[in-house]
Design a protein around this ligand. Structure first.
Ligand SMILES: Cc1ncc(C[n+]2csc(CCOP(=O)(O)OP(=O)(O)O)c2C)c(N)n1
Ligand SMILES: [Mg+2]
Length: 559
């Protein structure tokens, strides 16, 4: 006989598969055992079970970022699907929060499944029992506390939950907020003993469609159709994270400069002012910025203060939250749209004058060539090695900003896919996100991150011997700590204090650390060595340590 917990777990896994959820990250634990058995059976090819992939990880924080990376990888491959992460009860659940927050802010479909004690064991001092219900608060688009499956389990309950979970995670169907966007959902499932598999056949799958259709409410759809952009000469298009190619088309149609962050998906074409960060710091650039009549923001820009002040000062601002979730538009935004209206993509009736765009390109052309061996030189060599086929991830802090300065405007259609966890710009979970991207996209990933970022999630290197090993190369810019703070207002404090409380030197030897995890390792100390190291495709997980002089050193730190 099949016990109710196990039967329900099988039904649930089968139903999720019907709605396109086929990828799982599983963390070990007893309470989640019914799901673990069901997933293992499916992976082992049990008769009647769906085809799924399962990656097992010990650390739930890293597991959740792995799932987030997998969802990024699937989306990057043109097949956006939710990815599920499964944990046991107790602190295991709390470890998922950082990735859930990032998924919420960057609009990534995650299905978080946490096992819980049944009601009779809650609040009575039972081991590993806590209040997991609604633990993710406003960071999930839906959460449900699911009572323990029993002998008289209603047929179709698992199917209904799966349908709703998958649809809500993908942002299909609008909630009361009328902003349908992908994001995380949480299912907290009570399991009562027995928790182990007991053989028996898999259930015949039941399909239930989501309780609502995928239609966007008319109020937002209307807005998205039609008004052309105001016909001003001095417009600027800012393409932030997730903007997509529409930003380029809008800029080119109006001959406006395109200021495109590396993860915008729009850093291409003739209107793209690749050196905009440099330009905005020069007198000529500031003069141009002062003349701007209209800023069109697409996606979510987060990287430079110059762009933030351009937006803050702009007389008119139109925001299209294309791709990335952006419910929090600046208060002075004249209009906030969910999509780029078709009318913005058409050339205006009056042929635009290129002089304005040319002035921006001219202001940006004086970018000094990077010399020597430092974080920016590493970024330059790294970005030069990317091609149109590359799937890349860049860590927060210095690396993404260095890339923003050195990356070119790629030819249209020939840009690498550059991603970053810009939802909350955390330095956590970056190693796991990179590995997840490679597993989700089923192709190699090139990652660039700082030393503190790498060490924060070094546990992400733990890929057990029974697990699939993705091909990921992680270039670690090791400048001996978090050097971004040296460029912020904190740097005015006494050096020893800045060092201890902001830079946080770590003194970790990365080579032996990688060896302990069984991960490939190479040290490079020049642009030439780095270029050579990047020449062949990564095989398995590899770390390339680019050891550069630290914040207060002129020579690379010695070992
Ligand atoms: C989870 C999290 N904790 C703290 C921060 C604040 N923070 C931003 S950058 C940074 C240091 C990053 O250092 P590193 O990765 O070495 O990059 P670098 O600044 O040297 O370029 C820290 C701690 C953050 N963004 N995310
Ligand atoms: Mg650093």
């Amino acid at each position: 006989m099949t016990y109710p917990s196990v039967r329900f777990a099988r039904e649930f896994v089968a139903a999720l598969a019907m709605h396109g959820v086929e990828d799982y990250v599983l963390c070990p634990g007893s309470r989640s055992g019914p799901l673990a058995h069901a997933l293992a059976e499916a992976v082992e090819g049990a008769e009647g079970a769906p085809r799924v992939t399962m990656h097992v990880r010990i650390d739930e924080r890293s597991a959740a970022f792995l799932a987030l990376g997998m969802a990024r990888g699937l989306a990057a491959s043109g097949t956006p699907r939710p990815v599920a992460v499964v944990t046991t009860s107790g602190t295991a659940v709390g470890n998922l929060l950082p990735a859930v927050m990032e998924a919420h802010h960057s609009g990534i479909p995650l299905i978080v499944i946490t096992a819980d004690r049944p009601r009779e064991l809650r609040g009575v001092g039972a081991n590993q029992a806590t209040d997991q219900v609604g633990i993710f608060g406003t960071f999930v688009q839906w959460s449900s506390d699911i009572s323990a499956p029993g002998e008289s389990e209603p047929t179709g309950r698992a199917a209904q939950l799966a349908a709703r979970a998958a649809a809500t995670a993908l942002g299909d169907g609008a909630s009361d907020e009328a902003w349908a966007a992908p994001g995380p959902v949480h299912l907290n499932i009570e399991f009562r003993e027995p928790l182990a598999a007991a053989g028996g056949p898999w259930p015949a799958p039941v399909r239930v469609d989501a309780p609502y259709s995928g239609a966007i409410p008319a109020s937002t759809a209307d807005d998205a159709v039609g008004q052309p952009l105001p016909s001003v000469a001095r417009g600027v298009v800012v393409a932030g994270d997730g903007a997509g190619d529409a930003a380029r088309i809008v800029a080119e149609a109006h001959a406006w400069p395109l200021l495109a962050e590396p993860t915008s998906g729009a850093r291409t074409g003739d209107a793209c002012v690749a050196g905009y960060v440099h330009a905005l710091g020069t007198p000529a650039g500031r003069d141009l910025a002062a003349q701007v009549e209209l800023v069109v923001v697409i996606g979510r820009p987060t990287l430079t203060r110059g762009v933030q002040s351009l937006i803050a000062q702009a007389p008119t601002l139109l925001v299209a939250a294309h791709g990335a979730r952006w419910r929090e538009a600046p208060a002075h935004a004249a209009k906030v749209l969910q999509r780029v209206p078709r009318a913005w993509l058409d050339r205006p009736e009056v042929t635009p004058d290129r002089a304005w765009l040319d002035a921006w390109l001219e202001a940006a052309s004086g970018l000094p060539v990077t010399q020597g061996w430092n974080a920016r030189a590493v970024a330059g060599a790294w970005v030069a090695a990317l091609d149109a086929e590359t799937l890349a991830l860049v860590g927060s802090s210095g690396p993404i900003r260095a890339i923003d300065r050195v990356a070119p405007a790629w030819p249209v259609g020939r840009a690498p896919q550059v991603t970053a966890n810009r939802g909350l710009a955390g330095i956590d979970g970056t190693v796991s996100t990179a590995l997840g991207m490679a597993l989700g996209a089923r192709r190699p990933v090139e990652a660039l991150m700082g030393d503190v970022t790498f060490l924060h999630d070094v546990g992400g290197l733990l890929v057990g011997p029974l697990e699939a090993r993705p091909d990921v190369r992680i270039v670690v810019v090791n400048d001996g700590g978090g050097t971004i703070f040296g460029g912020l207002e904190h740097a005015a404090a006494p050096a020893h204090r800045v060092e201890r409380v902001f830079t946080t030197p770590h003194g970790v030897a990365l080579g032996p650390l990688c060896a302990a995890y069984g991960v490939g390792y190479a040290l490079v100390t020049s642009v030439e060595e780095l270029a050579v190291a990047l020449r062949r495709a990564p095989r398995g997980v590899e770390v390339v340590e680019a050891l550069v002089p630290g914040h207060n050193e002129s020579e690379p730190p010695s070992r």
